[in-house]
Design a protein around this ligand. Sequence first.
Ligand code: SAM
Length: 291
Amino acid sequence: MNYRHAYHAGNFADVLKHWVLVLILEHLKQKPAPFRVIDTHAGIGCYDLSSIEAQKTGEWLDGIGRLYGPGVSPALAETLAPYLALVDGLNPDGDLRLYPGSPLIAQALMRPTDQLIANELHPADRETLEETLAGAGNAKVLGLDAWVALKSLLPPKERRGLILVDPPFEEPGELDRLVTGLAAAVRRFATGIYMLWYPIKDLGPIDTLHARLSGLDLPKMIAIDVLIDAPDAADGFNRLNGCGLVIVNPPFGLLPQIARALPELTAVLARAPGGDHRIANLGSEMLAIDR
Ligand code: SAM
């Protein structure tokens, strides 16, 4: 386990994932019934963008850093507002220094009756996560292997909620594990909302991933891919050129929100003119992705 999210916190991939996470949580909160969020790969919960790690890559400058620049349209600003309000809340003096990870974002938006399970396998990161979430009565930290957690924690007693699966992709076969992990999870909790993150270096393996996900024959599933640069065989497909999210059982109204904002968000985050995005229906029901 060499992956340290501190090097990548607040980058374009975090922006996409955390913006959509906030949108899903807002949908879940439209009903009074309590829900559960299970964050299988939680990280440490809060990141210091002035740390040696973050400064070394500077990735956040081309992620969250770009959302504060001029030129963001009022429509994009509106959809990003609840997400950016959380970031701003961590930085009351106006300087962008702290950046929230997925468990802190979830916990901040959840009600006292909702329950967050934040799972992190790395022992030191788990300790830091415990400190980040200390005092939050609606949050519990676990240290299980994520794929074990996915099986043992489902279904949640609330029978409503979001499962976020955000692996580090440092070992071969993690795209396959995403498919088998999702298949096992939906057998236990078919009505849950699932959000799975994956990196894009080369589109070939992603098309295979989409085909395998389609083969699960789940009714409602979409994939959102954002490319900040065109994948290039000349560099051996070694660079992270984009990332994607698979959403199973997206809340009603979520897809148009995403589809409306994605062209501009992609343009804001793009590294080069090769920026692009696509939304694919992978489920057996054709979901409307109207703008
Ligand atoms: N979800 C976090 C966020 O958005 O703020 C970032 C998570 S980071 C991409 C992946 C995390 O998974 C790392 O903190 C890593 O230590 C942890 N991890 C790696 N393998 C794991 C496993 N098998 N089970 C649980 N956590 C694992």
